[in-house]
Design a protein around this ligand. Sequence first.
Ligand code: FAD
Length: 406
Amino acid sequence: MLSPKAPVIIVGAGPAGLSLALYLAQHDVNVLIVETFTEENFLEQVPRTGSIHPSTLEMFDDLGLYQHLEPRGLIAPTFQFWDREHGRMIAEFDHEVIKGDTKFPYVLQCERLKVIEQAMKMLRTYANVAVRMGTTLESFTQDADGVVANVVNEAGEREDIPGSYIVSGEGGRSAIRKGADIAFEGYTYPDQVLTVSVVYDFDKHHGYAYRNYISDPDQWANLFKWTQPERWRVHFGTSMDDDPERLLSEEHCQAQMQHFIPIGKPYEIVHRHLYSSHQLVASSFNAGRALLTGDSAHVNSPIGGVGMNSGVHDSINLGEKLVAVLRGEADASVFDRYTRQRRHVAINHVKKITERNKRLINDKDPASRQKNHDMLARTANDPKLARDYILNTSLFTSLDEAAAIQ
Ligand SMILES: Cc1cc2nc3c(=O)[nH]c(=O)nc-3n(C[C@H](O)[C@H](O)[C@H](O)COP(=O)(O)OP(=O)(O)OC[C@H]3O[C@@H](n4cnc5c(N)ncnc54)[C@H](O)[C@@H]3O)c2cc1C
């Protein structure tokens, strides 16, 4: 018989896992976090993401996390679409149009590493949270009363840890999803994404916003400012057949940057990274006492910056349901509703927004490119259309639709 105090085991200390851990800890649920990274290398992960949309800022505010992130991030009220071929801005969207809808009419540019560092610091202050770093989940079993996580601990020993539920916040390669035999359906993009971080002021010299989507029939790009002083990151589409070593060479990255915007001197390149992107959604987000959140349930192209955001939204939705079930206020059928609500968002919002963004910036047909550019300019310049557009891209619309799903 499982102890009533058995924790919810959350595997993966990424933004989704830690948001859920905070929510549960604040609702008096015992939590055990299992994470492969050790105390020593937890903050040495490859830098990625950090456009945090207003809907997620509201959730981070409720968790008490926002106040720790804002001083470490950059406030980005606007985002722009550019036509690189002709060197002109197509449209600028300003979150000002949603100031009646939210107390955060802006995106906070704050990298994933800062989010997890701050969330972990907060979690360490809760007596009902235990953290097992350097520990990897290999498999799990479940029965009517609970779950057992089979892990390899920091000392390299196998260990069985009992819990009430097990949640995968493991990211795209989730062992829990595979162990529960849940299909991951969709496709992988034929191009890899090359990320180059440079020290250069694109705002001062060229008038770019902190977030930019750059349309180019030959090579789409995204340009984001991350930190002060002047640290910017550019994402380029590249061919899948290209040699990764060549793509990541200093020479190639310099040539890419100079083709993107020539500056008459070498760029100071501080980081380079190559990754593939996918559009995959799990066929179910729950299987008995095993639950999926974040990238373990859905992965998408990063163009639009909604992956982490939607993962945090999954976690808050799931947290509410876990609390209700553990308090005896709801039965386990609420986890089927969790799948219905969040799968709808993954397919009809996250996937759609990121696929549309990719099409908008990579269209090769001149007539349809022009049509898209005109549509963006018209939308940005009409306050009603712009408000609808931003409510959609910042995932407020997805939350409203999910709430209406029974
Ligand atoms: C270049 C890039 C830019 C992006 N930009 C944005 C953006 O601007 N906005 C946005 O919303 N999203 C963005 N994304 C997507 C975002 O990074 C992911 O959606 C987000 O990190 C997923 O969070 P997660 O918590 O689900 O998983 P992850 O962040 O992948 O964390 C998973 C954690 O689980 C641990 N783990 C995995 N397996 C195990 C195991 N078996 N046992 C123990 N621990 C395990 C891992 O070590 C890791 O710490 C971007 C992605 C990329 C690649």
